[in-house]
Design a protein around this ligand. Structure first.
Ligand code: PHE
Length: 493
C-alpha cells in the first residue's frame, strides 16, 4: 500500500481506499446491469450481443475507464476542472460529459421510481398472473403512442419525488455520507441477484432461455447496430463519459489506477452476466408456459426486466417477502449510481464556486434533475425514455468518449499520463494503452457513431414521428452547444 502524501488542498477525501472502490463499483453497478443489459441482450439476440459486449469491454471500456481515473486523480478536479487544467478551451469536454450524464440521470431516476412502485405493490403480488399487462396498464398506464402524452401519471410523479429525496439525503454531505451508504447499497443487491439467478435456473424451461442468452451468433458481428448497442451499454454501465469517475478519482488518495479499473470493470460485468442468467432463465420458463419462442418474449425492450423479474419473484417461496427485498435492493443498487452523478455535477459547481455550500449545490442539482424527469412521468413517458436513451447513449456518451481520447491522446499525451499512472502502481500499464487511447478508441468510436448516424437519418428510430426524432437530436446537440459556448467564453478558467 502506498502511503498517503501530505497535500495542501482541503479537497474532500474518501476515508479509505476501500470506500473509494465501493463507491466506484456502486456507481457502475446499477439498474443498467439488471434492467438495461438484459433488455439489450434480448433485443439484439441474446448470444449475439454478448461477444461484442465483451470485446468492447476489454478493448475500449477499460482503457477509457483507466483514462478517467488517471485524469481525475492527476488533476484533483471534477470533469470540467480536470479538462480545464489541460487547457481552458477544453473545459467543454467536461461540461458535455456532465450534461449528458445529467440527462441519463433524469430518466434513470424514473426507472427507479417504477421500482419503488413495484416495491409498494409487493405487499399484494398482484402482478403475478400477467406481469406484462400489470406493467403497462397498471404501473405506466401507457398511452397508445408517443403523440398522446395523456397527462402526468401522478403515482409515478410522487414516486419520482421520493426517489430524489432519497438521492439527496445520500449525497448532502459529500464523500462522508456517500462512503457510509455504499457499504450497504453495493453488496446487498448483488447477493439477491445471485439468489434470483439460482432460482431461475431451477425453473422448468429455463434451459431454453439460457441457451438463447449464451449461444453466440457470429453473423451478428457484422451488424453495426449490435456493436453500437454494446458500446452504449459499456459506457453506460461503467459510468464512463459521465464525468463521474473523474470526480470520484479526484477524491482518491491511492495510486492503483489500473488495478482499480480492472477490479471495478470485472465485478461490474460479472454482475450483469449473472443478472442475465436470472432474466433469461425466467424468460425460458415463461416462454415454455405460454408456448412462445424465447426470442419473442425477450424482445420486450425497456420493459423486459419489469416483466421478467416480477414473474421470477412470484415463483419464489415467500414471494411477497422476496419481492419486497428485491425491489428495495434494486433501488439501493440504483441509488449509488444516481448519486454518483449528482456528486459529479456538484463537484463541478463546488470546484468553481468555492463559497457555495455543498448541501445547497446538491439540493439544486437534485431539484433540476427531478424537473427534467417530469416528461418521463407522463403516460407517454416510456416512449420518451426509449427515445432519449437511444440518442443520449449512442451519441452523447460516445462522442464524449471520443473527445476524451483525443484530448489525452493528442493534446496531453497518453505516454505522459501513463507514466503518472505507473508511478507507485502495483500493476503497470503497458504501451498498448497509448495506442488504444490515441488511435484505436477514437477511430472505432467515431466509425460507429457515423454508421449509427447513417442508420438514424435513413429511418426513424423506433418508428417514432419526425418531431420526436428531433427531440432526440436536440438532446444530443444541446449539451454540445452549451459546451462550445462555455469553452469559448472569454475569461479565466
Ligand atoms: N452505471 C450505471 C448503471 O449501470 C448507470 C448510471 C450511472 C446511471 C450514473 C446514472 C448515473 O446503472
Amino acid at each position: 500500500m502506498v502511503k498517503k502524501k501530505k497535500r495542501k488542498t482541503t479537497r474532500d477525501r474518501w476515508s479509505s481506499h476501500w470506500i473509494f472502490l465501493f463507491a466506484a463499483i456502486g456507481s457502475a453497478v446499477g439498474i443498467g446491469n439488471v434492467w438495461r443489459f438484459p433488455y439489450l441482450a434480448g433485443k439484439y439476440g441474446g448470444g449475439a450481443f454478448l461477444i461484442p459486449y465483451l470485446i468492447v469491454l476489454f478493448l475500449l471500456g477499460i482503457p477509457i475507464l483507466i483514462l478517467e481515473y488517471a485524469l481525475g486523480r492527476r488533476m484533483q478536479r471534477g470533469a470540467v476542472g480536470a479538462f480545464g487544467k489541460i487547457n481552458s478551451k477544453l473545459k467543454g469536454v467536461g461540461v458535455n460529459a456532465v450534461f449528458v450524464g445529467f440527462i441519463v440521470c433524469a430518466y434513470y431516476s424514473v426507472v427507479m421510481a417504477w421500482s419503488l412502485i413495484y416495491f409498494l405493490h409487493s405487499f399484494r403480488v398482484s402482478w403475478a398472473p400477467n406481469p406484462k399487462e400489470f406493467f403497462f396498464t397498471n404501473v405506466l398506464e401507457i398511452s397508445s403512442n408517443i403523440r398522446f402524452l395523456d397527462g402526468i401519471n401522478w403515482i409515478i410523479f410522487a414516486a419520482l419525488i421520493a426517489v430524489w429525496v432519497l438521492i439527496y439525503f445520500c449525497v448532502w454531505k459529500g464523500t462522508k455520507s456517500v462512503g457510509k451508504v455504499v457499504m450497504i447499497t453495493m453488496p446487498l443487491p448483488v447477493l439477491l441477484i445471485i439468489v434470483m439467478a439460482i432460482r431461475g435456473i431451477t425453473l422448468p424451461g429455463s434451459l431454453e432461455g439460457i441457451l438463447f442468452y449464451l449461444t453466440p451468433n457470429f453473423r451478428a458481428l457484422f451488424d453495426i447496430q449490435v456493436w453500437n448497442a454494446a458500446i452504449s451499454q459499456i459506457f453506460f454501465t461503467l459510468s464512463i463519459a459521465f464525468g463521474i469517475m473523474i470526480a470520484y478519482a479526484s477524491f482518491n488518495a491511492e495510486m492503483q489506477i489500473k488495478k482499480d479499473a480492472w477490479i471495478i470493470a470485472v465485478i461490474n460485468s460479472a454482475i450483469s452476466l449473472i443478472a442475465g442468467f436470472a432474466v433469461f432463465a425466467t424468460l425460458g420458463f415463461m416462454a415454455a408456459r405460454q408456448g412462445l419462442p424465447v426470442s419473442e418474449i425477450a424482445a420486450a425492450g425497456p420493459s423486459l426486466a419489469f416483466i421478467a423479474f416480477p414473474q421470477a419473484l412470484s415463483l419464489m417461496p415467500f414471494a411477497a417477502l422476496f419481492s419486497l427485498i428485491f425491489f428495495i435492493t434494486l433501488i439501493s443498487l440504483a441509488i449509488d449510481s444516481a448519486f454518483s452523478l449528482v456528486e459529479s455535477v456538484s463537484t463541478v459547481f463546488s470546484d468553481k464556486f468555492k463559497k457555495l455550500s455543498k448541501p445547497w449545490i446538491a439540493a439544486g442539482v437534485c431539484f433540476v434533475g427531478f424537473l427534467t424527469g417530469i416528461i418521463f412521468t407522463t403516460r407517454a413517458g416510456m416512449y420518451f425514455l426509449d427515445l432519449v436513451d437511444h440518442f443520449v447513449t449512442n451519441y452523447g456518451l460516445v462522442l464524449v468518449g471520443v473527445a476524451e481520447c483525443v484530448v489525452i491522446g493528442w493534446f496531453y499525451g497518453a505516454p505522459r499520463l501513463r507514466r503518472y499512472i505507473n508511478r507507485d502502481a502495483d500493476w503497470k500499464l503497458g504501451k498498448w494503452w497509448d495506442f488504444s487511447i490515441k488511435y484505436l478508441c477514437p477511430a472505432v468510436l467515431l466509425y460507429l457513431v457515423i454508421a449509427q448516424f447513417v442508420v438514424d437519418v435513413t429511418e426513424n428510430y423506433g418508428g417514432y414521428p419526425d418531431w420526436a426524432i428531433w427531440i432526440g437530436w436536440l438532446v444530443v446537440l444541446a449539451p454540445i452547444a452549451v459546451s462550445v459556448v462555455i469553452s469559448l467564453w472569454p475569461g479565466k478558467r
